[in-house]
Design a protein around this ligand. Structure first.
Ligand code: GDP
Length: 433
């Protein structure tokens, strides 16, 4: 949902307005003794339009002068939001602090809904009208305390919301899900494809050299069609005296471009190789969903079975989230289980966490285990939003740069809390130094 931030200097009535919008009278900020829990984001709806309301009242970008801190808050809010509700105390009129915020707003180019608060009698109308001077458009007279004018103001907010973006994957979602079958040569890709297609096609060896158009095959699995992209590259084997690996990488990259989920086949009977790991990294970097398939399971002996688990722990810890399926393309053993892995991964890939749940969770996480103090400073996460799915992308708004170990900690806990099986997740930061 789009984000609407409520900004303004202290005591203009931001929190009262937020409560009014949420339709609640009680204080929004929860006080847990000993823990600062800045609940800042709330999902709400006005006139059928859902949006996330961001209350900047509790934000305290540490230790700066009042005006600097107000400006910082406004900048963060603006960066995080689609529409800004700027609250001014109409009785007091615009102050220097307000002017500082106005400059930030104007620079941002974001749509602003100007609220003249504390207008609770006709004598105050003139105070509201005086705010035309700010050159931010029409001041909306409101009494957050008594509710007056908040409906009109919300209409203006809804009008300023961006059009719901078209789901970028809509077209593709309409057809079969797109799978890339990847893996180093001789790992069993073409055998698995034949097994899945339910027919033992003869694979004709051809000398590569012509550019072939990628050919997809639609195969029914679990009573649904799935599109295996660029199977021509699997069927038509590339025999190059040199550069075979290079051509294989090209094919992998091209297939990744076109797929939603990649099945990486590895040979369970042999130690993992550099090439296996490279292919897995390519999937991670592509942001596609990932399923690991351990093929040639029929060749496993007890010794190998033991080293296998340790190898997975050691070498594949970074993709622990990927569903694993053990199969034998030769005998057909467990091949039907692939569908479950694909479904799991595609679900994780498209998971969206509501902003309020995300911030509620992160608030507790950060309170329980704050970032270590570095050089006398302690970076804090002020607000987070999930900017995208497929794969899930998160943006953290922070005061200071979070070190890598802390980012990994946050990612690990996000996965524990919300799942995300089968998908890489991206976390980026917007830092206020
Ligand atoms: P590709 O290069 O990845 O397409 O691999 P192929 O499908 O051509 O398989 C390479 C070799 O491994 C062939 O000799 C297959 O018969 C063999 N193979 C594939 N899958 C299995 C399996 O599950 N078990 C065993 N024992 N051999 C397999």
């Amino acid at each position: 949902a789009p984000v609407v931030a409520v900004v303004g200097r202290p005591n203009v009535g931001k929190s009262t307005l937020v409560n009014r919008i949420l339709g609640r009278r009680e204080a929004v900020v929860e006080d847990v003794p000993g823990v600062t829990r800045d609940r800042v984001a709330y999902d709400t709806v006005w006139a059928g339009h859902p949006f996330t309301l961001l209350d900047t009242g509790g934000w305290d970008p540490d230790g700066q002068g009042m005006q600097a801190s107000i400006t910082t808050q406004a900048e963060l809010a603006v960066a995080a939001s689609d529409v800004v509700v700027f609250v001014v105390d109409a009785v007091v009129g615009a102050t220097d602090d307000d002017d500082a915020v106005v400059r930030v707003l104007r620079r941002s180019g974001k749509p602003v809904v100007l609220v003249a608060n504390k207008v609770d009698g006709s004598s105050r109308e003139a105070d509201a009208a005086a705010l035309w001077n700010l050159a931010l458009g029409e001041p909306h007279p409101v009494s957050a305390l008594h509710g007056r004018g908040s409906g009109d103001m919300l209409d203006a907010v809804v009008e300023a919301l961006p059009e719901a973006p078209p789901e970028s994957f809509d077209d593709e979602d309409a057809g079969p899900r797109r799978i890339a079958l990847l893996g180093k040569p001789n790992v069993g890709k073409s055998s698995l494809l034949n097994r899945l297609a339910g027919e033992d096609r003869v694979v004709v060896d051809e000398v590569a050299g012509t550019t072939v158009d990628p050919i997809d095959e639609v195969i029914e699995l679990g009573e649904r069609p799935w599109r295996f992209v660029d199977t021509a590259g699997i069927r038509r084997r590339v025999h190059e005296a040199s550069g075979a690996e290079y051509f294989a990488s090209l094919r992998t990259a091209a297939a990744l471009e076109r797929c939603e989920v990649a099945v990486v086949l590895v040979d369970a009977s042999d130690p993992l190789t550099e090439q296996d790991l490279r292919i897995i990294s390519m999937v991670e970097e592509s942001g596609r969903a990932l399923v690991l398939a351990y093929n040639k399971w029929d060749l496993l002996d007890d010794d190998r079975r033991e080293t296998l688990e340790r190898e997975i722990d050691r070498q594949l810890a970074h993709v622990r989230w990927a569903p694993r399926v053990n199969v034998s393309a030769r005998t057909g053993w467990h091949v039907d289980r692939l569908v479950r892995g694909l479904d799991t991964a595609l679900d994780g890939w498209a998971t969206r966490v509501p902003t309020s749940r995300l911030n509620g969770f992160l608030g507790e996480l950060v309170a329980g285990q704050p970032h270590p103090v570095r050089g006398g400073k302690q970076p804090r996460i002020l607000f987070a939003t999930q900017a995208d799915i497929k794969p899930p992308r998160f943006v953290l708004f922070t005061t200071g740069f979070l070190e890598a170990s802390y980012r990994r900690f946050v990612e690990r806990r996000l996965r524990e809390e919300f799942g995300f099986p089968g998908t890489p997740i991206e976390i980026s930061m917007k830092v206020r130094e």
